[in-house]
Design a protein around this ligand. Sequence first.
Ligand SMILES: [Zn+2]
Length: 304
Amino acid sequence: MKKKNSIIFLLSILLFVSGGVFIYKSFSPRTRPEPAPAKFDGGRALQDVYRQTDLGPRIPNSDAHAQARAWMQTELEEAGWQVDIQPFEKLGHKGYNLIASHGEADPEIILGAHYDSRIYADHDPDVEKRNQAVLGANDGASGVAILLELARKIPAQQPAPHSSIWLVFFDLEDNGNIPKWKWILGSQAFVDGYTLNPDAVIILDMLGDADLNIYLEKNSDPKLRAEIWAHAAVLGYEDIFIAKEKFSMLDDHTPFLEAGLPAIDIIDFDYPYWHTTEDTPDKISAESLEIVGNTILSWLKHRR
Ligand SMILES: [Zn+2]
């Protein structure tokens, strides 16, 4: 009896000690895994699409346009970015580009999206609605939402190199084919106003469609395009980032290309609600926003 008791006692001690070692191993800081890499939150980005469309169409000279700009500035500053406004005038229209940066260094990478929405829904199937403004859930708000969520995640992912990244929110992109207007006035003003030599300019436009199909845009820099599509494929998004050319776009990448800079347009132009009153947030998916955001984060992380 006595012997058996002491064996049980010894076993108990052993279990207690090994359990303690196990617990120590599980919770010791030395064995704690590396912090997970920054992960793009598609749900948060979708909220930011609604935040913009709740203001109404962000057409130039409207209250909603000014409110969207003030809101973007607050979001960027809360995420630790310095925000500069570039006021400009083109064809008699006043515009305001927002530039988010860290410090004084010139950018090696520019990520851009337009934040204005179109004055007229001139592609609406209902002729009566063609003089209404476009709400721009996909055409405007989706690109802004992706850039803002990137703004929250980039500093955590890459504390040092992000000083060479600028996020630019372009104004007056979307009013071409309207008397006294042209497309891409904001990005043109940006290229005119800053002498920069970035080695990558990436424009994000119309990337929230639940049925997301992003083909290679024909005018885009082939090498930079291939890099992004390769990262998408590694993440398993090869059915979304389709490695075939389809459309040729005039978009905010155009002034950069004309200035001889490597620029690409990431755009899903297969969107039936383009420039209609039906470009509303119910067409937008958090997953689509997240797929694009994760691809950009992955490309940024491996770039240096
Ligand atoms: Zn548009």
